[in-house]
Design a protein around this ligand. Structure first.
Ligand code: FES
Ligand code: FES
Length: 174
């Protein structure tokens, strides 16, 4: 049984009880994905599975046999930071940084959901084919990613600068 992590195939553990989060951190040495609550409440463990954001602490590694998982380490391209990583630095989108890998992976997945027209709780027109990533949409879609340092203004500004350049970042961060 194998799984593809950041483009490389790896062997899944024999023990089917191993979570995807523990597989990434303990078996694959990818410590960028963080363990916060380990029970689905903080989203520090967010990774991308075939482009969809998931909580690695609530997933079993064996569930992702043959699937492609991307962690924060896999977002860089040819040694360069992902544009959203650069925006987090420019916008002071972190303090201790513990939630940051989850924030960034979640935002990458969130942007794909918006581009596909997937509605959120605050989307007004559920029949619309396109969704504008305005202030309320951004805040609602990222609301589950908790930051104990309270760096939310910078987080929102970084995401707005990257995925909603027409949105005033300060307005989005209010
Ligand atoms: S560690 Fe997975 S949601 Fe908190
Ligand atoms: S930057 Fe410290 S928890 Fe978010």
């Amino acid at each position: 049984m194998s799984i593809i992590v950041n483009g490389s195939a790896g062997e899944l553990p024999d023990d089917p009880r191993v979570s995807l989060l523990d597989y990434l951190r303990e078996h694959s040495g990818l410590h960028g994905t963080k363990k916060g609550c380990d029970q689905g409440a903080c989203r520090a463990c967010t990774v991308l599975a075939d482009g969809e954001r998931i909580l690695a602490c609530l997933a079993l590694a064996v569930q992702y046999e043959g699937r492609s998982v991307t962690t924060i380490e896999g977002l860089t391209e040819a040694g360069s930071l992902h544009p959203l990583q650069r925006a987090f630095i420019a916008s002071d989108g972190f303090q201790c940084g513990y939630c940051t890998p989850g924030q960034i992976c979640s935002a990458v997945g969130m942007a794909r959901e918006v581009s596909r027209g997937v509605p959120s709780y605050v989307t007004g027109d559920l029949s619309a084919e396109t969704v504008r990533l305005g202030r309320d949409e951004l805040r609602e879609r990222m609301s589950g990613n908790l930051c104990r340092c309270g760096a939310y203004n910078g987080v929102v500004a970084a995401i707005a600068d990257t995925y909603a350049p027409g949105t005033n970042a300060m307005e989005a961060a209010e």
